[in-house]
Design a protein around this ligand. Structure first.
Ligand code: ACO
Length: 425
């Protein structure tokens, strides 16, 4: 395994020019060699299955077109209650159960998503609250479909540095809410869902090995979701709706999967012959077939469940990892490559050694006891959040705080004041 130098843009072949960096007086050293192992994984999918045949009634398309051009047969669509937060929370709970870890042990929660309920508060903070992960920092990460692998790298590097020990990385999306359901070239491709993995520090070698991350913002207009800060919406685009140049993204995807898999293998000191499974972002079966051809490997080396879920953006890789493990495609010490690509443009690939720590099989009285403690922490989290909200309201009332938003009105520009005075009249 290649030594990790902590570079984010590891996709570049040349080493960074360290002469331009400020010199530290004391070179920082990690406490001792730490490894980040994936010890838990879980998913949450909406119950509602929408088949291609059902979409024939929505847009001018056919089951045959969707199957032959994409490999997709059906996808899951969230109901009103199934949000990024709720699905992410439930996937996280399943991952904690699998790893047999308490929420209070989590140091960091990263949620990769492009479809949060709010720009802020982050979905990660809401999930932190629901879990009762009172010791955890939390933030959302925006890197479209590459977001999960970006998050995995961030969390693993924090563990490897000795800064933290336990991190949850979640990919959660409700793409159905940002689709233009009159655009047949995009609405048939996407689905909803969430997947989570738990990473834990260990002195035992293995787990997360290395990653390459990349970005090419010159391709920004190829794929995106314009939102609140947009001041100049180009012709034909809609606010909060996904747009995509499918052909260009297809070409980019095939090229970048091939390149980033090669680069991460090189960085981790592995060859394609050492790889047991590639778990790619699930966008289109034809992309995976073309990437397998380019790499000169069997298509079977690429795990695929795109036929069942379509493209679930940042959730697709953790969902695929979960299902690959469940189907017996991931065994202890297997070398696994995860590779994502998407809006930005962005891409990311990571090399993992699967589950080399001893499996903590969920059975026996000890497991049931810790399962009970986890449930207790969720219940405590619920009441703790309520108590804190009530306390804040009471405290504000006792202090005689002015009405909600009063401070905003005071600091608003003069025009805003005039308008609110007009509104009152
Ligand atoms: N049903 C029927 N016909 C359709 C549909 C549909 N759902 N969608 C498009 N067509 C038509 C087009 O109008 C076009 O008709 P025309 O020839 O009369 O103009 C024809 O099918 C061919 O269109 P293409 O765009 O050339 O079709 P292509 O084979 O390229 O497939 C697709 C389109 C599936 C979108 C493909 O380009 C693709 O998968 N691109 C990559 C998408 C992707 O990976 N996106 C995710 C990125 S990750 C993220 O960050 C979100």
């Amino acid at each position: 395994m290649a030594a990790n130098d902590g570079r984010l843009n590891g996709n570049r072949a040349q080493p960074p020019d360290r002469s331009e960096r400020p010199h530290a007086t004391h070179a920082w050293q990690p406490r001792h060699t730490r490894y980040a192992h994936l010890t838990g994984w879980g998913i949450r999918l909406p119950e509602r299955i929408v088949t291609n045949a059902e979409l024939e009634a929505v847009v001018e398309t056919t089951d045959d077109w969707i199957r032959t051009r994409t490999g997709i047969q059906e996808r899951r669509i969230a109901n009103d209650r199934e949000t990024v937060t709720l699905m992410g929370f439930e996937a996280a709970r399943a991952a904690l159960n699998r790893a047999n870890v308490l929420p209070s042990a989590i140091d960091l929660i990263i949620v990769a998503t492009s479809t949060p309920e709010d720009i802020y508060p982050s979905s990660a903070s809401k999930i932190q609250d629901l879990l009762g992960a009172t010791q955890a920092g939390a933030f959302d990460l925006s890197a479209a479909c590459s977001g999960f692998v970006y998050g995995l790298n961030m969390a693993a590097q924090a563990i490897r540095s000795g800064s933290i020990n336990t991190a949850l990385v979640i990919g959660s999306e409700v793409n159905s809410r940002v689709l233009d359901w009159t655009d047949r070239s995009t609405c048939v491709l996407f689905g909803d869902g969430a997947g989570a993995v738990l990473l834990e520090g260990s002195d035992q070698a293995g787990g997360f090995m290395d990653a390459v991350l990349g970005s090419d913002g010159s391709g920004a207009e190829l794929l995106g979701i314009p939102t609140i800060g947009t001041t100049n919406l180009p012709e034909g685009r809609q606010m909060h709706k996904l747009h995509m140049d499918g052909r260009e993204v297809f070409r980019f995807a095939v090229h970048i999967i091939t390149e980033s898999v090669r680069q991460v293998l090189d960085k981790a000191g592995l060859s394609l012959a050492d790889v047991d499974l590639i778990v790619p972002h699930q966008a289109n079966q034809r992309i995976l077939s073309a990437a397998a051809r380019n790499l000169n490997v069997s298509e079977a080396l690429f795990y695929s469940n795109v036929h069942r879920y379509g493209n679930t953006s940042a959730a697709s890789i953790p969902i695929a990892l979960y299902e690959a493990e469940r189907e017996g495609r991931l065994k202890p010490n297997d070398n696994v490559i995860v590779v994502g690509f998407g809006g930005g443009l962005t891409w990311a690939a990571a090399a993992l050694q699967w589950q080399s720590v001893q499996e903590r099989a969920p059975k026996g009285l000890a497991y049931r006891l810790s399962q009970g403690r986890r449930e207790l922490q969720y219940i405590t989290a619920f009441w703790r959040a309520r108590a804190l909200k009530t306390y804040r309201r009471l405290e504000a009332a006792l202090r005689g705080s002015p009405a909600k938003h009063a401070n905003l009105r005071e600091s608003a520009p003069a025009k805003g004041k005039e308008e609110s005075a007009r509104d009152k009249r």
